[in-house]
Design a protein around this ligand. Structure first.
Ligand code: PLP
Length: 322
């Protein structure tokens, strides 16, 4: 079966992103290396534009539109990082963006999305079907819908995070990546297959939302209820029809971590590395630092996916609240 995205697509995305996305730093921690007897390389996408890797996929998808599509504009539905990614990537490319958000989304997120220049359209989460509404809006206004993960150009764009890491750090034995709908891990796995074929790719999901782990075992996409977890960027209910076959082909396994392990990892990043990382951004590091994945003696790449967390929530999580 041919996959929806190739390694060459990831390379092409990197060329489109050059000079627009940040080439984020790769940081290390002697303390963690000594504790684990390994060499860890943290690719810090919490320091990416908009504070998460989603800028990569969003920018790449918009750059691939034709002139007529660009004139009409783009649409996304999200209350999280994808909304801000599309809003900023569209503005930078002179394209109008409409973002569909629940009316009860945090005011700060709505304001940030508007500040990036997008039009925010709200809907009632209890009574309105967001996907039907998005399709109706897209049809009525002729907008191109850009989904958060299940889109070839989005997947290729996300893969550039790992591409940069492999360029900078040779001979990695393992690459560990968080998994929501699987856009990031599938793009990164394609980059690994192209640049470091001996490197094993491991996905990490929240324990309560292990739909991709279940799907790999079942050999088909399993859909779960919206999981209860502090990792709000990975509260997806199922993998994508494009991402899942790439995960099956190129990801060795998917592990899980608990919310308590995510909080411990947020604390590690803040105390030891002086980094603010959102709960979802801690998934991959948590699997390594909390010894869910054995890394002894290995050179390990870890994608730190994002840093957008309200500071009041950040401090309450660290203080032991919800
Ligand atoms: C969206 C997101 C994820 C999950 O990415 P997928 O491509 O859906 O797997 C992980 N971390 C952060 C910070 C995100 O914004």
């Amino acid at each position: 079966m041919t996959l929806a995205v190739s390694f060459q697509d990831v390379r092409d995305a990197a060329a489109r992103l050059a000079g627009h996305a940040h080439r984020t730093p790769v940081l290390t921690s002697r303390t963690a290396d000594e504790q684990l007897g390994a060499r860890l390389f943290f690719k810090c996408e919490n320091l990416q534009r908009i504070g998460a890797f989603k800028f990569r996929g969003g920018y790449n998808a918009i750059a691939r539109l034709d002139d007529a599509q660009r004139r009409r504009g783009v649409l996304a539905f999200s209350s999280g990082n994808h909304a801000q990614a599309i809003a900023l990537a569209a503005r930078l490319q002179g394209v109008a963006a409409t973002i569909l958000m629940p009316a009860d989304a945090p005011a700060a997120k709505m304001a940030a999305t508007r500040d990036y220049g997008a039009e925010v359209v709200t809907y009632d989460r209890m009574t309105q079907d967001r996907e039907a509404l998005a399709r109706a809006l897209a049809d009525e206004r002729g907008l191109s819908l850009i989904p958060p993960y299940d889109h070839p150009d989005v997947i290729a764009g996300q893969g550039t995070a790992a591409l940069e890491l492999f360029e900078e750090v040779p001979a990695l034995d393992k690459l560990v990546v968080c998994v929501g709908g699987g856009g990031l891990v599938s793009g990164c796995a394609l980059a690994a297959a192209g640049m470091a074929p001996g490197c094993e790719v491991h996905g990490v999901e929240p324990e309560a939302g292990n739909d991709v782990q279940q799907s790999l075992r079942a050999g088909r996409i399993v859909t779960i209820d919206v999981p209860r977890t502090i990792a709000d960027g990975a509260q997806t209910t199922h993998a994508g029809v494009l991402t899942f076959p790439i995960i099956q082909a190129h990801v060795r396994d998917v592990l899980t971590v608990t919310d308590a392990q995510l909080v411990e990892t947020m604390r590690f990043f803040a105390e030891r590395m002086k980094l603010v990382v959102e709960p979802t951004g801690c998934l991959a590091a948590a699997a390594v630092l909390q010894r869910v994945l054995d890394v002894k003696g290995a050179r390990v790449g870890i994608i730190v996916s994002g840093g957008n967390v309200d500071l009041a929530r950040f401090s309450s999580l660290l203080a032991g609240g919800a």
